[in-house]
Design a protein around this ligand. Structure first.
Ligand code: AMP
Length: 430
């Protein structure tokens, strides 16, 4: 199937060609005609499926074809996003795909000055991409008028609920007209999401193009069993010995993200952390530097990384496994995008084996496991004068076994691999 058969106008076709897209992705094939026809959608689609163009292209076309020539009218399309990063990225897509149309768009999120947003709104914006909190600030100050919204999009609705935005969303919905088009995207469908959908959508077309396992099929996944205190050394070693660039590393906590980025810096790996406590400016700068290849490793928490659109991201590392199996799929979905191959590596210490089992149960298969010689067991320093045999001095040299002995692997069925460079490697000490 080609874009020609989807009924998009010449201006949009031109923008698509300029992006180099040759054919529509499955979600685009399904969603574009339905949105063009003015119908509601309930779609199960994750980041990386092309869902943004799937709703943005037909949305732009509808707004363009019914343009009334108003200069200072209210907002005609409202796209709600869970995070600032996602809002910014969707805003960029709206600008990119709409560059040959005369529609105006703007992005509204917190953490930055409200003044410029107010000025932009005053001048008139057709399409607003917003995070719920700042949007409500504008609504309560009377600086945004949502009474003319024709289309409402809830992007990553499940994540918005996870982040506690349900009340904000309900307050926003009270301000948009009852008669409207509503498009809802969610990677997962909990009871809460279904309830929200039931209340918002009118006979929606249900689209499920990415059963969760097919999304990750293009991604080479691997588990490295590792002792807890040799994890960082293993990460540095993997980055260094494989010559990895543009590595997105996940930690569970903001504090853990900061600490790991600092430690990697000390190992000589240029790194930055991105999480909710960082100012918007710092997050934007870190992401831009990472995209530009100036930062080798971006350490992120799940929330900060959600929806990040980093093209051709080759490596994702789970430094700590998420305790929610769905988050594993979201994380590794950052690699292997738009038909490209990616690699997702998880460093799993013994106390995370339960999480690993849950993830494998969720995926429906076992992730191949490979122990890296010298990193898979606990650091143990045995005093030379004891009778217990050869001296084992592991930890401070990044956990390399010095006696060359190989112990049985931590996980059943794991394959031990002796890396040729492992014994020679230096420079990853704490
Ligand atoms: P999304 O799932 O919306 O975050 O999009 C994922 C990535 O796929 C983005 O980098 C888009 O630029 C890219 N993309 C979207 N549609 C297409 C297409 N039809 N062909 C190739 N790449 C696409």
């Amino acid at each position: 199937m080609t874009f020609d058969s989807l009924g998009l106008n010449a201006a949009l076709m031109r923008a698509i060609a300029e992006q180099g897209y040759e054919k529509p992705t499955p979600i685009q094939q399904r969603a574009i005609p339905v949105v063009l026809a003015g119908r509601d959608i309930l779609a199960s689609a994750q980041t990386g499926t092309g869902k943004t163009a799937g709703f943005t292209l037909p949305l732009l076309q509808r707004l363009d074809s019914t343009r009334s020539g108003r200069r200072n009218g209210g907002v005609r399309a409202l796209i709600l996003s869970p995070t600032r990063e996602l809002a910014a990225q969707v805003g960029e897509s709206v600008t990119t795909y709409g560059r040959h149309l005369k529609l105006r768009s703007g992005v509204i999120y917190g953490g930055v000055k409200i003044g410029p947003q107010i000025r932009q709104l005053r001048e008139g914006i057709d399409i607003v991409v917003a995070t719920p909190g700042r949007l409500l600030d504008h609504a309560s100050q009377g600086t945004i008028d949502l009474s003319m919204v024709e289309t409402l999009v809830l992007d990553e609705a499940d994540r918005m609920l996870d982040m506690g935005f349900i009340h904000d969303i309900r307050r926003i919905i009270k301000q948009v007209p009852k008669v409207r088009q509503t498009l809802m995207f969610s990677a997962t469908f909990s009871k809460e999401i279904r309830q929200l959908a039931d209340g918002l959508l009118r006979q929606p077309e249900k689209i499920d193009v990415s059963p969760r396992n097919t999304t990750v099929e293009r991604i080479i996944q691997r588990v490295h069993p590792v002792a807890k205190d040799t994890k960082r050394a293993l990460l540095s070693w993997l980055i260094d010995s494989n010559d990895w660039y543009q590595v997105l590393v996940f930690t569970r906590t903001k504090h853990g993200a900061n600490r790991l980025a600092q430690q990697l810096e000390r190992d000589g790996v240029i790194s930055a952390a991105i999480h909710g406590n960082k100012s918007q400016g710092a997050r934007t700068r870190a992401l831009a530097a990472f995209k530009a290849g100036k930062i080798r490793v971006l350490v992120a928490t799940d929330l900060a990384a959600r929806g990040l659109d980093i093209e051709r991201l080759p490596h994702v590392v789970n430094y700590e496994l998420p305790n929610v199996p769905e988050d594993y799929v979201h994380r590794i979905g950052r690699t292997g995008r738009a038909g490209l191959e990616g690699e997702a590596v998880s460093l799993v210490c013994p106390d995370e084996n339960g999480y690993l089992r849950d993830i494998e149960k969720f995926l429906g298969y076992k992730i191949p496991s490979e122990a890296i010689h010298g990193f898979e067991r606990q650091v143990r320093v045995v005093a030379p004068e004891t009778k217990s045999g050869p001296v084992e001095q592991l930890g401070r040299r990044g956990g390399q076994a010095r006696n060359g002995k190989q112990r049985s692997n931590v996980r059943r069925g794991t394959k031990a691999v002796k890396r040729p460079g492992a014994q020679r490697h230096r420079g990853i000490a704490a």
